[in-house]
Design a protein. Structure first.
Length: 403
């Protein structure tokens, strides 16, 4: 039934949405599945605070989130409400983390979609994917109902946010747009790591959560943040086959491990970790990017979080690609060779990971020359902490040029 409704919306509502006049000073923002996260979140917060000439509206089907944002003096509208419809139909620019569905794709005709995406890195995505769901969607035989139903995926954005020349070329292939439409302006979600005032503003809105208590109770704070596996039935049991042994290693270092899974991973971290007080789920409602400064070590694999981390940090990373062969064969293929595009001590299995924790391997400075090369490759030169400002300047320049 949902598929039929989506087809009807794309066939009839979407064409009608081109008839509405849109205003360049109304910007609508959204994220997948009604969440409040990523580049769209931080650009929205920065714009709402720093650019009074723009009406920045967050669009979400989550009524609780909309009410919470409004209670803090921010503009937000329920996607299913008349106010939400009106906001999207008036906005000339739609800022999304995934595709037009983050806001309300059937109402996006005539607007310019700026895809901020949700990570730089080495995985092939969308049109460039040769493995996994995106490969099936973009490389399957032509089937008109699939195309109409998934029009929000096939619609090419007006702009794609990039971070470097390398990423612009990569994203151009992934999104099927010319490289000049992949603009290397930096990521808004990185701004709190460099801008203390903005970070403090984000923390005031969010609250510090339990992080002050963590720092008082433990000497070191580790975060395990793996990339999404769509085929893994029990990711944590594979990654950590002996939680008791891991807990002992952490206890020796007076350390706490927080496990931050992808939002679409349904694994119950709380249930698995309940017997171990020094292994917890990432706290609900806390944003990773406002708490980077509170974290001592990131444990990750193929995730874009590695590159986010090394833009602002010079140590504190452990690589844990325990399922590399299976991942690239069944989950996601890579655009760049893994060994040449990662940095940090590496564990191929659980025993090796425990050894790296035991020996404090993460806290040696990362090789400076390789760190410089990777920063230049994935982040370019000069945009650190200015992603939001750069995007606003770019949009204002485009609007002025149009007039």
């Amino acid at each position: 039934m949902k598929s039929i409704l989506k087809i009807l919306q794309h066939l009839f509502v979407y064409p009608l949405s081109f008839l509405f006049r849109r205003k360049a000073d109304v910007w609508a923002f959204g994220a997948p599945e009604g969440r409040f996260e990523g580049n769209a979140k931080f650009l929205y917060l920065w714009t709402g605070r720093m650019v009074p000439s723009v009406t920045a509206v967050w669009i979400s089907p989550n009524a609780h989130l909309v009410a919470s944002l409004r209670s803090k003096g921010l503009k937000a509208a329920n996607r299913r409400s008349w106010e939400g419809f009106k906001s999207v139909l008036r906005a000339k620019y739609l800022f999304v983390n995934s595709n037009g569905d983050d806001v309300n794709f059937p109402l996006s005709g005539g607007a310019q979609i700026f895809n901020l995406w949700h990570g730089v890195g080495i995985k092939n995505i969308l049109r460039k994917a040769n493995v996994g769901l995106n490969s099936k969607i973009f490389h399957s035989r032509w089937f008109l109902p699939l195309y109409i139903r998934s029009l929000q995926r096939f619609k090419r954005p007006a702009y794609v946010l990039s971070t470097s020349e390398t990423m612009s070329r990569h994203f151009a292939e992934c999104f099927g747009v010319p490289p000049q439409r992949c603009v290397p302006l930096g990521y808004p979600r990185q701004d709190p790591a460099f801008d203390r005032e903005f970070r403090q503003y984000c923390l005031e809105l969010e609250g510090r959560g339990p992080f002050e208590a963590y720092r008082e109770s433990y000497t070191r704070l580790y975060v395990y943040a793996p990339t999404l596996r769509q085929k893994a039935n029990d990711l944590l049991s594979e990654a950590f086959p002996d939680l008791q042994a891991l807990s002992r290693e952490l206890a020796e270092k007076d350390a706490l491990l927080l496990i931050k899974l992808h939002p679409r991973d349904a694994t119950s971290v709380e249930e698995l970790c309940r017997p171990f007080p020094n292994i917890n789920a990432w706290p609900t409602g806390c944003e990773f990017y406002t708490h980077v400064r509170d974290i001592d070590c990131l444990i990750t694999d193929y995730s874009s979080l590695l590159y986010d981390w090394i833009e602002s940090k010079e140590d504190g990373v452990l690589l844990y690609p325990y399922d590399y062969a299976r991942f690239v064969a069944e989950e996601r293929d890579l655009a760049f060779p893994y060994d040449e595009n990662v940095i940090g001590p590496r564990a191929e299995d659980f025993t090796s990971l425990c050894h790296l924790i035991r020996t404090d391997a993460a806290f040696a400075p990362l090789p400076s020359e390789l760190l410089r090369e990777l920063r230049l490759r994935f982040w370019g030169d000069g945009a650190a902490g200015r992603g939001s400002q750069n995007i606003v300047d770019f949009m204002h320049h485009r609007s002025a040029a149009a007039h």
